[in-house]
Unconditional design. Structure first.
Length: 123
């Protein structure tokens, strides 16, 4: 029982309001016990996978599924911080593309304006 409560605390962190709201919504739909979100906070040492004897295999499968999932929308890319190097590279590439597009567009606009000016005012 103690390990099941620790597992619930791991999956539904007591101080995470988003997970509590999600679980309450699911509890209404599937007739679950809302009290499952009232578990105690786990210390870092208690979160070690080796400390879970009965739920170890299922928690490992769940972690692998979480790690293998890739973001599918821009909003998910923005919030996904599991791979910080990939996250920063993605947004750096987006910023570089937008920045270069604006830069070259501005240069082209200035050059076009100069050509129009020279066409009407030849020296």
């Amino acid at each position: 029982m103690e390990e099941t409560l620790r597992t619930l605390s791991l999956l539904l962190p007591p101080h995470n309001t988003e997970s509590k709201a999600w679980f309450k919504k699911q509890a209404k739909r599937w007739y679950l016990d809302v009290e499952a979100t009232n578990c105690e906070h786990l210390e870092d040492d208690d979160r070690q996978i080796m400390k879970f004897r009965y739920w170890h295999d299922r928690l490992t499968i769940l972690k692998e599924a979480f790690d293998d999932a890739e973001p599918k929308s821009v909003k998910q890319w923005w919030r996904d911080k599991r791979k910080p190097v990939q996250w920063y590279n993605f947004w750096l590439a987006i910023a570089l593309i937008v920045g270069l597009t604006v830069f070259f567009g501005l240069i082209q606009s200035i050059e076009g304006a100069l050509q129009v000016y020279k066409a009407y005012h030849p020296s």
